[in-house]
Design a binder for this molecule. Structure first.
Ligand code: ZN
Length: 340
């Protein structure tokens, strides 16, 4: 990452003094460049500076952009771990970053409900692509809350996410045709890894006894997961975290836990666990013990720099945690022996 630094202002400098100043300035620039390169983790012999700056809304999209873009792109995610995309509003620095980026990638399908106006407005001036909007309508699950809208949580099915990765690859090619060969090769490699993930998840989830295939979570993020792997999915809140679960809803779900003899429910990293705890207390009062089966990554990934901070790690973690909590078999450290 090289920064352009302007060292001279408008002031006139005497000729001889000017030459010395220029030499000093040149050394200063070289020192700054070297320091910046070191800070960015790139030695002097490392690859050239990225050619394309990309801003992505969610961590999942940013991860895919890094995988497909490789050394040619520098990617910034607006939303970090634990951030709820349904409720997220752009900050001042987000506006600056997105307005300067060569390409802005967002999810669409009304996931980033509070960012939508800003992004649609920006799309009139910059390349802005909603990567999930290109999915065929017939693969999308209807939205419970809005008749003409679709459930946005498509990343929960690695097969659908592969299609989103292809759309993202095409968006990179559109803004940077010189990188086409690289983007295509990287996308093929990454999609092969996603296929492996898809196979692993299918395997471990098929080991869950059929009667136990009920996934109860804080909000309805897992419908695509349920459709892909044959699980019944129940969210306490609706598809958006913005809706409040009422006491009546909690009481209904306590009855369901007891009637169906469900022993584990799941919390999500990006949603408050208040409702899940109310549910567990309600079940206990009714004489039915329910455990927290684990913490799932629903709308955000784990910490950057960790395996769970990647899309593959996120889905590996979810599939492994769900399989093990509901009576199936899966390796404790997941598909690649990398889970913490
Ligand atoms: Zn969600």
């Amino acid at each position: 990452m090289l920064r352009t630094i302007t060292l001279t202002g408008g002031a006139a400098i005497p000729a001889e003094q000017g030459v010395q100043d220029m030499q000093f300035a040149r050394r200063a620039i070289l020192t700054l460049v070297a320091a910046t390169a070191l800070i960015a983790g790139r030695g002097p012999s490392a690859a050239a500076a990225p050619e394309l700056s990309v801003v992505a809304t969610t961590g999942m999209i940013a991860d895919a952009a890094r995988e497909v873009g490789g050394d040619l792109v520098e990617v910034q995610a607006l939303m970090g771990p634990g951030v709820d995309p349904h409720a997220y509003r752009q900050t001042r620095s987000d506006i600056v970053a997105a307005s300067r980026a060569d390409l802005v990638l967002w999810h669409g399908l009304y996931l980033e409900a509070q960012l939508e106006d800003f992004l649609l407005d920006l799309a009139a001036r910059r390349p802005v692509v909603a990567v999930a909007e290109g999915l065929p309508r017939d693969v999308l699950i209807a939205h419970d809350d809005y008749a003409d809208a679709k459930d946005p949580h498509v990343w929960m099915d690695p097969a659908l996410w592969q299609q989103v990765v292809r759309r993202l690859r095409d968006a990179l090619i559109e803004v940077h045709p010189e990188g086409e060969a690289t983007f295509r090769a990287n996308a093929e490699r990454y999609i092969a890894e996603l296929r492996e993930l898809e196979g692993y998840a299918a395997n471990v989830l098929a080991s869950v006894p059929p009667d136990n295939r009920v996934l109860l979570t804080s909000h309805d993020a897992f419908n695509y997961f349920g459709a892909a792997y044959g699980f019944e999915v129940i969210g306490i809140q609706g598809i958006s975290t913005e809706s409040e679960a009422g006491l009546k809803r909690i009481a209904e779900l306590v009855d369901l836990l007891v009637a169906r003899d469900i022993g584990a429910v799941f919390v999500e990293t990006s949603v408050s666990d208040r409702n899940i705890r109310a549910l567990i207390e309600g079940a206990a009062a009714a004489g039915h013990a329910v455990e927290i089966g684990g913490e799932l990554y629903s709308d955000a990934m784990g910490e950057p720099g960790t395996y769970e901070g990647t899309y593959i790690g996120m889905i590996d973690h979810n599939a492994t945690t769900i399989a093990r909590a509901l009576g199936g078999t899966a390796p404790a450290r997941g598909m690649a022996d990398r889970l913490n």
